[in-house]
Design a protein around this ligand. Structure first.
Ligand code: ADP
Length: 667
């Protein structure tokens, strides 16, 4: 008896679950073709035994579907002055970046201010004339076509924001019109009008990219509502049309925080996905439900978490996705980013299209050259470079310190940081292109001061953070000027490299010992760097007389070239000139000046070819205390394009041949 009662109860709760889900489905705002799928799944669920695994899988799926923000969107705040104010208030400098972003918004604002144009296609005179009359009164620009053929002719000449077409027409029908519009103007929204009984074909229309369908006979209010929605939808997708913004530069240069400010300026939610750690395509596009432990992909999941269908979605480290991947994550991303396809993005877990056209994608990368070409083609790359010391100091004073004072609860007793203190932290406790560690150091100091304030009760005087107390809070100095603090040595020349984290200096060491003319290369050098070492040696040997080295000098020796920090893989051709100088220093026995850094690719004939990352390299040289930087003549344009404060404090010499600078480098 007891058993019977229990199963009766389960049945009841089972019915409640199904009813509740059915309500949620109708209220979820999902498009009707998705609703149909959800209802079918619900029907299956109602017949399943709740103790089976299948039941749980289906239940989880339906619950996931109803939890998505199908038609929830924030409306954009398209105000250029406000956006500019927000960017300026929150971010120091970065003028180029800000201008590019404002231009991007301006385009969006312009296109949104225009009255929407609507094309009506219907072979029924009364309906067509009625619609035309009503919509003109609503201030739309309206053009009407009597049939598909006429619509084609009009579409050839003009773009419309919205097309309202009957499905059933003689000759070219609504599907043909839909196909034509989608091929020619992907962001145009098409609304289909269908006879009452033909819901199946309407569902088909949605699958093929129609925005909405309306069944005849319809109320005019229904049409107005659908058009309003279409206009809004188009507006929020304008920013994704054309180019996607790609912020490229070293870590800690403000890429993420600018992305957040853009979202705030537009009044949108902000979400972020790091692609760096992602291992296979399913993480982007989800697993099929048949797969045990299937999950939706990160894009859909972030949208669910954001609770809106039009967030600003930042995809971090897009340059890190090509390596060791299962499936083809790049093509999944392409689909998500492509405005011609993303109105019907298919996540394998959802298995129904989700409209991503309202999402504003911003991607970030450390080195844009590493982004796959197909992806790069769709992007407008905005470069973020490292900061100069002066900029770092100002950002710390205006932004980082006030922020940390608030975060560490010190607003009542704000410590005062002097400029010298900040410079000391920058020079002795950080070595970076961006300002991540600087922010961390300031946070540490503020936290320790907060602890002191609590221990000693209220301080009587204002708290001053002077250079003298920095060590007390941060421990002994971490970085030294390797360049100015150390001695000049024979066979050791300062070089410059460009990495994902910005520029850096390296010391190239050359040594010789009795042996049989062998060349030993160590320090985790990549193939290109190894080859440029060989070329540098051949160049020096074949031109030894130029440098006052006798030809026999090489005969009885092995040569060893080493670049310290062996744990880091180094590659690229730009150390060629530096290696040659190390060899010349070694064989002429003249020490090389440590405060002179050389970068440049060397050809076998001794010409110096241009190299990449000049801006970051100059910044790195300054950070390390280098006084003179020698760069290829053909990089002169790069240098000329740099703002003056980038060049302040270093002398820059341009060379075409190594011989030109022997006496500058060697003592
Ligand atoms: P990224 O995304 O490039 O690694 P973040 O945006 O995370 O860099 O920036 C790191 C920190 O530095 C954040 O706290 C950010 O607010 C701050 N920051 C970076 N650039 C600026 C700037 N120009 N003005 C003010 N704060 C900045």
């Amino acid at each position: 008896m007891g058993l019977f009662k229990k199963s009766n109860q389960t049945e009841e709760s089972q019915i409640t679950i199904v009813e509740e889900l059915s309500n949620k489905i109708s209220q979820s705002g999902m498009p009707s073709h998705v609703k149909d799928v959800a209802m079918k799944e619900l029907e299956l669920l109602s017949k399943m035994n709740p103790s089976t695994a299948e039941y749980t899988i289906t239940l989880t799926y339906i619950e996931y579907l109803v939890s998505l923000p199908w038609n929830i969107k924030t409306s954009d705040n398209l105000n250029l002055e406000r956006a500019e104010r927000i960017l300026n208030e929150r971010h120091y400098g970065l003028n180029d970046v800000k201008n590019r972003i404002l231009e991007h918004l301006a385009v969006k604002i312009l296109s949104s201010n225009r009255n929407s144009r609507i094309l009506i296609v219907d072979d029924e005179d009364i309906t067509r004339k009625n619609l035309e009359h009503v919509l003109k009164k609503e201030n739309y620009e309206v053009v009407a076509a009597k049939n598909g053929k006429e619509a084609f002719e009009i579409l050839d000449k003009q773009e419309f924001e919205i097309v309202l077409t009957d499905i059933k027409m003689e000759g070219l029908n609504g599907f043909a019109v839909l196909e034509k519009v989608k091929a020619k103007y992907p962001s145009t929204k098409v609304i289909m009008i269908t006879a009452y009984a033909a819901v199946d074909s309407a569902v088909e229309a949605i699958k093929r990219g129609a925005f909405h369908y309306i069944a005849k006979p319809f109320k005019i209010e229904e049409v107005k509502l659908a058009i309003n929605k279409a206009v809004e939808d188009r507006l929020s997708s304008i920013s994704t049309k054309g180019s996607i913004l790609c912020f490229a530069g070293p870590p800690g240069t403000g890429k993420t925080s600018i992305g957040k400010s853009i979202a705030d300026a537009l009044g949108r939610k902000f979400a972020r996905i790091s692609l760096g750690g992602i291992k296979d395509e399913a993480e982007i596009r989800g697993h099929r439900r048949t797969y045990a432990g299937a999950k939706p992909g990160r894009i859909i999941e972030e949208i669910r978490r954001a609770g809106v269908a039009n967030p600003v979605l930042m995809l971090d480290e897009i340059d890190k996705i090509c390596q060791d991947f299962k499936g083809d994550p790049a093509s999944a991303l392409l689909e998500a980013l492509d405005p011609e396809q993303n109105y019907a993005f298919i996540d394998h877990y959802l298995d129904v299209p989700f409209d991503l056209s309202g999402v504003m994608f911003i991607v970030t990368a450390n080195i844009p050259d590493n982004i796959q070409h197909a992806l790069l083609d769709r992007m407008e790359v905005i470069e973020f470079s490292g900061y100069t010391e002066e900029e770092k100091k100002n950002i710390a004073l205006k932004h980082l310190i006030p922020k940390q004072i608030t975060e560490q609860g010190l607003t009542e007793f704000p410590p005062e940081f002097s400029e010298e203190t900040i410079l000391k932290i920058i020079q002795e406790y950080t070595r970076e292109a961006g300002i991540r560690n600087l922010e961390r150091m300031i946070a540490t100091i503020c936290r320790k001061i907060a602890t002191e304030v609590v221990r000693e009760n209220k301080p009587k005087n204002s708290i001053k953070v002077t250079p003298e107390v920095v060590e007390k809070y941060l421990g002994p100095r971490r970085y030294f000027f390797e360049v100015t603090d150390a001695k000049n040595r024979v066979g050791v020349v300062t070089g410059l490299v460009w990495t994902e984290t910005g520029g850096d200096i390296i010391f190239i060491e050359a040594a010789k010992m009795r042996g049989k003319r062998e060349l030993i290369l160590t320090g985790s050098l990549g193939n290109i760097m190894k080859e440029s070492a060989q070329a540098a040696l051949s160049y020096v040997r074949s031109n030894s007389s130029l440098f006052g080295i006798s030809e026999e000098a090489f005969d009885a020796f092995d040569i060893h070239i080493h670049i310290p920090q062996g744990a880091i893989l180094k590659d690229g051709p730009s150390a060629g000139a530096t290696i040659a100088m190390a060899l010349i220093s070694l064989f002429t026995n003249r020490p090389a000046r440590r405060d002179v850094a050389v970068t440049g690719e060397l050809t076998l004939s001794g010409r110096i070819l241009p190299v990449g990352g000049i801006k970051e390299k100059i910044l790195a040289a300054k950070r390390a205390g280098v006084k003179t930087v020698i760069v290829p003549y053909r990089n002169k344009v790069d240098i000329e394009n740099l703002p003056d404060d980038f060049k302040k404090g270093v002398e820059i010499i341009f060379i075409e041949k190594i011989e030109d600078v022997i006496d500058t480098i060697l003592v």
